[in-house]
Design a protein around this ligand. Structure first.
Ligand code: 9WN
Length: 446
């Protein structure tokens, strides 16, 4: 009745935990977990790392199995692929499916294993360490001994083959950032578009896209984005996914989230090395060197966050995106950096703690081109929120961390285990039964 205050929000935490576990079970395919059944019917690299962090609360054996399966598709050159295709799924169930990525080169995966030729943000060593810390024992020691050399080879690949712009590590496709249609990539994609005009772009991109059968077109990247994504892959594929002369590729950028996760995971790798009797020193050194480059080259004091860099032109890509807040995870931030990032996080652009904003949006809410329904251009995502929640706790920002955790719980309690959420209304967007949403909620509720 009028005048009655709304009931206080009391989430059913036991029910949420049960449903999160059920979501992960539903998406398990025998050796790994799909991000969600229809839209993404294969194994994705950074999804599996987040999923393992959640599985650690249910079954450490399964958590290690998830990451072992992923690393079974590691390439000869060390790269851990963005997607491992499930041979039991029809090749046209996901676009672009296996045929588009062929031929895979000699330095690719083992014979009979089908993958893409890209990578995703390296959060895997951190996931392995998280599972290991929660479950000490012989089985964990054996899993760590098995996974450590593979994780180290992946990082070796990134540090040796993907180094661009004085020591920073680059990406060669928006898909490698994990934040595919982030506003960061508008400018470099626009420039690539001109070069790609004559490449083998499909005429009927809409007809080929499978995502549009499972999600609202207004929540997804556009056809124009897809055309460019395909052209950039084609250029990389046609040179055998070779990483020589990266700057001659149509797209080559440096992303703050990618570099911050690599530096963070390199610290995790140092701890995993210690546990296996290997030398942690080289990992710590690499982590510190990369963090130094990130802190000195990518922080934009006027925006109050880190920005990306177009490695081809040397131009900074000056936007406030959630990627630019993720370096808050790193130990040893330069003086004043923590408070600058927290001010941005809690200011009007991201609105953490404000009554009108749910979680941390993927893009600056005050930007004229923010689109609160469309993928990485505004909506709130559980994985980036989990990274920031972790960062806030590590930096001793307990009050903000608690507020973020309660926003995350409430979003899921209201809208379900959705892929992403409207940052103002909390409406669920994209796919449902989304694995990392379930996994990371389990971790927040632990
Ligand atoms: C391309 C699986 C993946 C996530 C990415 C997210 C989305 C794929 C797509 O889904 O990307 O990799 O087809 O749109 O952007 O971060 O890993 O959940």
């Amino acid at each position: 009745t009028i005048g009655t205050p709304p009931a206080a929000f009391v989430p059913d935490l036991a029910g949420l935990r049960r449903n999160a576990a059920a979501t992960l079970l539903r998406n398990w395919r025998g050796s790994a977990t799909v991000p969600t059944g229809a839209l993404y019917p294969h194994q994705w690299s950074w999804d599996s790392a987040f999923i393992a962090i959640g599985l650690a609360h249910l079954s450490p054996r399964r958590a290690f199995a998830e990451l072992t399966a992923l690393h079974g598709a590691q390439w000869g050159d060390g790269r851990v692929p963005q997607i491992v295709f499930n041979p039991a799924v029809p090749e046209d169930a996901y676009f672009p499916g296996p045929p588009f990525w062929r031929p895979l080169p000699r330095q690719g995966p083992a014979a009979g294993v089908s993958t893409t030729g890209l990578v995703q943000p390296p959060v895997h060593a951190t996931a392995v360490l998280a599972v290991a810390e929660r479950h000490p024992g012989d089985a964990t020691d054996a899993a760590v001994r098995q996974l450590y050399p593979r994780l180290a080879r992946f990082h070796d690949y990134l540090f040796s083959r993907r180094r661009v712009a004085s020591g920073l590590v680059g990406i060669v496709h928006p898909w490698e950032s994990g934040l595919d249609n982030s506003p960061f990539w508008d400018e470099p994609l626009g420039a690539a578009g001109a070069d790609l005009a004559s490449a083998d772009l499909a005429d009927d991109i809409t007809g080929l896209r499978r995502d549009l059968r499972h999600a609202d077109a207004g929540h997804r990247p556009t056809d124009e984005d897809y055309g460019r994504y395909m052209g950039i892959v084609a250029a990389y594929r046609d040179r055998g996914y070779a990483d020589d002369d990266l700057l001659s590729l149509p797209f080559c950028t440096v992303d703050p989230l990618f570099c911050a996760l690599l530096a963070w995971s390199e610290h995790s790798l140092a701890e995993l090395a210690r546990r296996t009797g290997a030398d942690p020193g080289r990992h710590t050194e690499r982590a510190q060197e990369l963090a130094y480059q990130l802190h000195t080259r990518l922080f934009d004091p006027a925006l109050g966050c880190y920005v990306a860099l177009d490695a081809r032109t040397g131009r900074p890509l000056r936007k406030r995106t959630v990627s630019g807040l993720v370096p808050l995870l790193l130990p040893g931030l330069p003086s004043g950096r923590r408070s600058a990032l927290v001010a941005t996080l809690t200011g009007p652009a991201f609105g953490l703690g404000s009554r009108d904003v749910r979680g941390v949006p993927s893009y600056d809410l005050t930007a004229p081109d923010a689109d609160l329904h469309r993928y990485w251009r505004g909506p709130t995502w559980m994985n980036t929120n989990w990274l920031l929640w972790t960062a806030l706790r590590r930096q001793g920002e307990t009050r903000h961390a608690e507020r973020l955790a309660s926003d995350m719980v409430r979003l899921v309690a209201d809208a379900g285990f959705r892929e992403y959420f409207h940052p103002v209304t909390g409406e669920g967007l994209g796919a449902d039964h989304f694995s990392w949403t379930a996994a990371l909620l389990l971790d927040v509720l632990a």
